[in-house]
Design a protein around this ligand. Structure first.
Ligand code: GA4
Length: 325
């Protein structure tokens, strides 16, 4: 297979040259939310990649950049001041350790619930401002998530337009917000592992909406197993299909495996909204999708799936455990 390294890639990974083949792809689907063909393109992208980029999303740039700059301020505090709001079980500040089963990455982060009240009074130097910016951001993102989920339902020709979006709008929706900070990593890598910011995994929820500063690092895995680098674009959002949406579409949509590599020169800051259903929601293929076919999955609730994920490692195939033989 021919791997084309663009200039940006060779610069970024000049120190590892051939040890980790990387392709910068122009194949990542782009959906303009203001165009009438958005719903068709979304369905196609979710089937082929489980991933797409959204432009004309309607989230004002100030809402994004003000939160980003506040988040950078938080991460620039001395470690002991950040650790006041850790460890991240279930929510708070985390450093290097991801999850509960030994995954490690070159990343520090904030994990927040979108519904539960946090004791945000301890977050950073200006917690009131942080809380206000977070709330503004999260409500804009949830609005976009619902718009996208409604276009998905329409694209799938499902009568009930809000089948997916109502799960995020529910007061009990178990959605999560995450801010990841990957410091620039100029160490000579001893192996591929030492470049890992966030190891490969799929997201367990329904849908994830990611926005980052202008630093590369995100990679997605194509269905044939090739990894491609996602060109950074600080003005756009990147959307991932999660495991729950794969199940609800009985495998028609593909939950995308992805990872983040650290950048040699620049630090990366990403903010991700993980749209999840209420805990007691049954995650099962929609009848209108099945058309007489059998479900590929055993029945489970979001709470069962979520509890199961806590016992897994990032790279594990979590959905495999719920497949019907
Ligand atoms: C991946 C998506 C979200 O970031 C997250 C992650 C969670 C965590 O960081 O605690 C998990 C990971 C994520 C999937 C498998 C388990 C749980 C770490 C891990 C090893 C918050 C989520 O919901 O699942």
């Amino acid at each position: 297979k021919v791997v084309v390294l663009s200039k940006a890639t060779t610069e970024q990974y000049s120190n590892i040259k051939n040890c980790m083949p990387t392709t910068f792809s122009s194949t990542i689907p782009i959906v303009d939310l203001s165009k009438p063909d958005a719903k068709t393109l979304i369905v196609k992208a979710c089937e082929e990649f489980g991933f797409f980029k959204v432009i004309n999303h309607g989230v004002p740039m100030e809402v994004i950049s003000e939160l980003e700059s506040e988040a950078f301020k938080f991460f620039s505090l001395p470690l002991n001041e950040k650790e006041i709001v850790g460890p991240p079980n279930p929510f708070g500040y985390g450093n290097k350790k991801i999850g509960r089963n030994g995954d490690i990455g070159c990343v520090e982060y904030l994990l927040l619930s979108t519904s539960q009240e946090h004791n945000l009074s301890l977050y950073g130097k200006n917690p009131e401002k942080f809380r206000c910016l977070l709330n503004n951001y999260m409500s804009s993102i949830r609005k976009m998530a619902c718009e996208i989920l409604e276009l998905m339902a329409e694209g799938l020709k499902i009568q009930q337009k809000d089948v997916f979006s109502k799960l995020l709008m529910d007061k009990q929706s178990d959605s999560v917000f995450r801010v990841n900070h990957y410091p620039a990593n100029s160490k000579i890598p001893v192996n591929d592992q030492s470049l890992i910011g966030f190891g490969e995994h799929t997201d367990p929820q329904i849908i994830s909406l990611l926005r980052s500063n202008n630093t590369s690092g995100l990679q997605i895995c194509l269905k044939d197993g090739d990894w491609i680098s996602v060109p950074h674009d600080q003005k756009s959002f990147f959307i991932n299909v999660g495991d729950s949406l794969q199940v609800m579409t009985n495998g028609r949509f593909h939950s995308v495996k992805h990872r983040v590599l650290t950048n040699e020169f620049k630090s990366r800051l990403s903010m991700i909204y993980f749209g999840g259903p209420p805990l007691d929601e049954k995650i099962t293929p929609l009848p209108s999708i099945m058309k007489g076919k059998e479900s590929l999955y055993k029945e489970f609730t979001w709470s069962e799936y979520k509890n199961f994920t806590y016992g897994t490692k990032l790279a594990d195939n979590r959905l495999g455990h719920f497949e019907r033989n």
